[in-house]
Write a protein that binds this ligand. Structure first.
Ligand SMILES: Nc1ncnc2c1ncn2[C@@H]1O[C@H](COP(=O)(O)OP(=O)(O)OP(=O)(O)O)[C@@H](O)[C@H]1O
Length: 262
């Protein structure tokens, strides 16, 4: 179990623009060890980009990112490889490799390690399938043979395959029916608590946010406009959170609307 309470990830004054357009406008975030922080906010607010900056997939224009107190914005490629090993990632579209059976998808990273034994990796992959409530019988199937919900669960099994200290979950329940979403919410919550991983999740599904999160950070136009414990999100007076949480059309968040003329 990870010790909770210490800062695991600290993001300070993160800026990023593309082609002269400011996308991240001074993001500040702190994630404590063992906690689940969920980023919410309108489409295009900069949630995924923030995670990509933390991972070093996108270089920020300025700002600082500390992992366990160490600056990680300027790692060498060798240091970056080591750094990546700390993360398990569930991508928005599951990101499974079509040409590999389920178990090889789950064990993908482990199979890359020198000396990896295929039968042992398969055993571990099967164990992770059970951890996400799937039958070992699907280990030899290919992603195309699975439903969307099963693909998400396999994607999650892959993210937790190496028992990573940090998990990034980008829209873990997007596109799933409410029942399957809830199954996955529970699986995320239970597995993460058992592993003691520190989690940053992104979701537009408020039920997912309510069930899995310890803290919520609301991002709007590249800034964190509110943070708080999940129970406060429903009752805060913050106008951004109020509008988002209550799914209101009117409020400070203006969504671009395209009208089609006849
Ligand atoms: N590599 C890039 N080049 C140019 N623009 C980018 C790049 N990456 C992200 N953006 C832009 O940054 C903005 C924020 O993107 P981001 O993916 O972080 O949004 P988001 O908050 O995760 O929204 P969504 O929920 O829709 O995924 C978008 O307008 C996107 O087009």
């Amino acid at each position: 179990m990870t010790q909770t309470g210490q800062s695991k990830i600290v993001v300070k004054d993160l800026y990023k623009s593309f082609n002269g357009v400011n996308i991240l406008n001074g993001i500040n975030l702190e994630v404590k060890s063992g906690e689940i922080l969920t980023l919410i906010g309108p489409s295009g607010a900069g949630k995924t980009l923030t995670l990509k900056c933390i991972l070093g997939l996108v270089k920020p224009d300025s700002g600082s990112i500390l992992l366990d107190g160490e600056e990680v914005t300027n790692l060498s490629s060798q240091e970056r490889d080591e750094f990546f090993k700390k993360f398990g990632i569930l991508f928005q579209r599951s990101g499974l490799f079509d040409g590999l059976p389920v178990w090889e998808n789950i064990g993908f990273r482990l199979l890359q390690q020198s000396g990896a034994k295929r039968n042992e990796v398969k055993k571990l992959a099967t164990k992770k399938l059970s951890a996400v409530g799937l039958s070992p019988d699907i280990a030899d199937l290919y992603p195309a043979e699975l439903s969307g919900g099963m693909q998400k669960r396999v994607g999650f099994a892959r993210a937790i395959a190496g028992d990573p200290p940090i998990l990034f979950l980008d829209e873990p329940t997007a596109g799933l029916d409410p029942i399957m979403s809830n199954v996955i919410n529970d699986e995320i919550f239970n597995n993460v608590r058992e592993l003691g991983s520190t989690v940053v999740a992104i979701t537009s599904n408020l039920l997912t946010a309510r069930i899995i999160s310890d803290h919520i950070a609301m991002i709007h136009e590249g800034k964190v406009v509110w943070t708080g414990v999940v129970q406060e999100a429903a009752s805060t007076d913050n106008p951004y959170v109020k509008q988002f949480w209550n799914k209101r059309k009117d409020g400070p968040i203006q969504m671009p609307v395209t009208t089609i003329s006849a």
